[in-house]
Design a protein around this ligand. Structure first.
Ligand SMILES: CC(C)(COP(=O)(O)OP(=O)(O)OC[C@H]1O[C@@H](n2cnc3c(N)ncnc32)[C@H](O)[C@@H]1OP(=O)(O)O)[C@@H](O)C(=O)NCCC(=O)NCCS
Length: 197
């Protein structure tokens, strides 16, 4: 079977954890930077599968998952749901964990003290997304197709505009998003880009 984009399913959870850590260092492999390979996926991929499944898609190559795009049409409502149902569960589960590897605290701190999007940004651009493809699936047009799939799903859910954040050093993703029509809308410890839907 050739690769195809399909709705993500609960059994894709392991792939979402694995792809996230292998692309979490400004698009490159972050495996050596986290002591637990699930850490980045706890923040940037799996909660979307759990709480926003209608906007979660994978690139499926005959059972091998090569990438995902996840998102939510309403960032503030999504964050409220995580505050109620996701972070407290993780805080209990990972209560005894201490940071060992370089980036562990990026995740452990968020679990214990959840971060929220800038209110002005999420009111003006209510939806947001994350896209991550493994190297074999990159540069072949799948990124564009997956973003288009996600933006359609966000539009169908009623979103009028979407934002996303990227690392200050992810030049490749910046060029990709710009090419697809997103504009820079802010910059602090990350670059923020947005588009009207
Ligand atoms: C960033 C990423 C999603 C892009 O997906 P991709 O499959 O590599 O990109 P595509 O092949 O679909 O490119 C789509 C279009 O963007 C263009 N493009 C891609 N990268 C570009 C760049 N850096 N600058 C300008 N244009 C770019 C392509 O030429 C193509 O143009 P066309 O459709 O008009 O012919 C993918 O490379 C990836 O997952 N990288 C690792 C994880 C990551 O960095 N995720 C983003 C975190 S914010």
């Amino acid at each position: 079977m050739s690769p195809h984009i399909r709705q993500a399913r609960p059994e894709d959870r392991a792939a979402l954890f694995s792809i996230c850590v292998r692309t979490a260092h400004a698009g490159a492999d972050a495996s050596g930077l986290y002591s637990d390979p699930d850490y980045p996926g706890l923040v940037w991929s799996v909660p979307y599968l759990e709480f926003s499944p209608e906007q979660a898609f994978v690139l499926d190559d005959g059972g091998d998952i090569l990438g995902y795009v996840v998102g939510t049409p309403n960032t503030e409502a999504f964050e409220r749901q995580l505050d109620a149902e996701w972070w407290p569960m993780l805080a209990e589960k990972y209560a005894g964990r201490e940071a060992v590897a370089t980036l562990d605290n990026n995740v452990l701190d968020r679990i214990r003290q959840p971060k929220h999007s800038n209110a002005a940004l999420s009111q003006r651009y209510p939806a947001h997304l994350h896209i991550n493809l493994l190297p074999p699936a990159q540069s072949g047009g799948w990124g564009r197709k997956m973003i288009e799939t996600e933006l359609d799903a966000l539009r169908k859910a009623g979103a009028k505009a979407m934002h996303l954040g990227l690392s200050l050093t992810n030049d490749r993703a910046y060029g990709f998003y710009q090419h697809l029509g997103l504009s820079e809308i802010g910059r602090d410890d990350a670059i923020w880009m947005g588009i009207t839907l």
